[in-house]
Design a protein around this ligand. Structure first.
Ligand code: HEC
Ligand code: HEC
Ligand code: HEC
Ligand code: HEC
Length: 209
């Protein structure tokens, strides 16, 4: 028979066992055997390797190794040159003099610049190499390959470039596994007119009842 006093002592003992179990649980000492998930992790003594995931969705688009690092590691960007209609530029831009009038209008009339502070549009030479048209040019006069045009944009838009490096701006092409492949700035933005049109959302969620 439990008198109130013995009941109190009994309850205290149960509580102690409970607290001990909690303590052991929190220190990671297995009390009642591991779950299948924990067991699988413990049995596999190979270190976690994000490049040896069994199934990786392959990226079939052409990519190049970025000339930047991502959290200390290399990554890839979508190549651009194949996408550029008029590349290679040097098929026309030779050292021969152009004899036609309005040559620029005739060949590049579709290039309309809407980029820069109002009333102060960027000129072609702010981005394109003044002599070797197959390249872009940075502020120090060095050539930038069209596949690496993020280097050009990043000179002025360094905040967006920093975000892009970390993955907060732009988009990854592949899934999380395998090589990191991201969209180039010019995959999304037209460098001559980089703003997106304002538009209403095409779809919207059905209201919740
Ligand atoms: C079909 C021939 C052709 C191709 C291909 C071509 N261009 Fe041109 N481009 C011209 C002509 C012609 C002009 C006018 C040149 C002139 O008046 O001196 C011109 C003018 C330009 C100008 C302005 C020159 C200035 O000094 O103001 C730029 C910039 C330019 N091209 C860039 C490019 C780039 C970049 C490519 C490749 C992606 C390219 N072009 C490919 C024919 C071509
Ligand atoms: C803000 C930088 C910038 C300015 C300013 C600029 N360009 Fe470009 N241009 C680029 C980049 C970057 C590309 C490559 C785009 C891509 O990857 O699709 C390009 C591509 C081109 C192409 C090839 C497009 C095609 O699809 O064939 C031509 C031609 C060209 N530029 C001409 C010009 C001319 C002419 C001017 C001046 C009126 C000019 N650009 C001003 C950055 C610039
Ligand atoms: C020489 C400097 C320079 C370069 C290089 C340059 N930009 Fe710009 N960009 C500007 C300026 C200046 C503005 C106008 C900013 C404003 O109105 O606040 C601008 C505006 C923009 C905007 C619109 C910003 C907004 O707030 O709506 C986008 C998007 C953009 N640039 C993308 C690019 C991309 C992509 C490239 C590379 C192909 C690039 N820029 C290269 C100077 C540059
Ligand atoms: C996956 C597509 C994508 C890529 C890649 C991308 N952008 Fe953007 N960017 C966007 C979108 C979408 C916006 C928002 C446009 C809006 O609000 O109208 C934007 C906005 C911007 C703006 C306007 C200011 C802001 O932060 O909202 C700038 C400048 C810009 N991007 C520069 C860049 C540069 C530089 C790169 C490459 C280093 C880049 N973007 C890569 C899609 C992209």
């Amino acid at each position: 028979m439990k008198t109130p006093n013995t009941f109190f002592i009994w309850a205290l003992c149960r509580l102690n066992v409970f607290v001990l179990a909690l303590f052991l649980g929190s220190t990671g000492i297995a009390v009642a055997g591991d779950t299948p998930f924990l067991k699988a992790i413990k049995d596999n003594d190979e270190p976690f390797n994000n490049r040896s995931v069994k199934q990786v969705q392959p990226v079939i688009l052409e990519t190049v190794l970025a000339k930047e690092q991502y959290q200390g590691g290399p990554f890839r960007v979508l190549a651009r040159k194949k996408e550029i209609e008029r590349y290679k530029c040097s098929s026309c831009h030779t050292d021969k003099k152009v004899l036609v009038n309005n040559g620029q209008e005739l060949t590049h009339g579709n290039v309309v610049i809407n980029h820069g502070q109002d009333g102060n549009k960027l000129g072609c030479i702010d981005c394109h190499h003044p002599v070797d048209r197959d390249y872009l040019e940075d502020k120090k006069g060095r050539k930038i390959d069209f596949d690496h045009s993020y280097q050009l944009c990043g000179q002025c838009h360094f905040r967006q470039k920093r975000d892009w490096l970390g993955g907060a701006h732009g988009k990854r092409v592949s899934y999380w596994a395998g090589d990191r492949v991201v969209f180039n700035c010019a995959s999304c933005h037209d460098p001559h007119s980089p703003r997106f049109e304002k538009r209403f959302p095409a779809t919207y969620s059905v209201p919740l009842n």
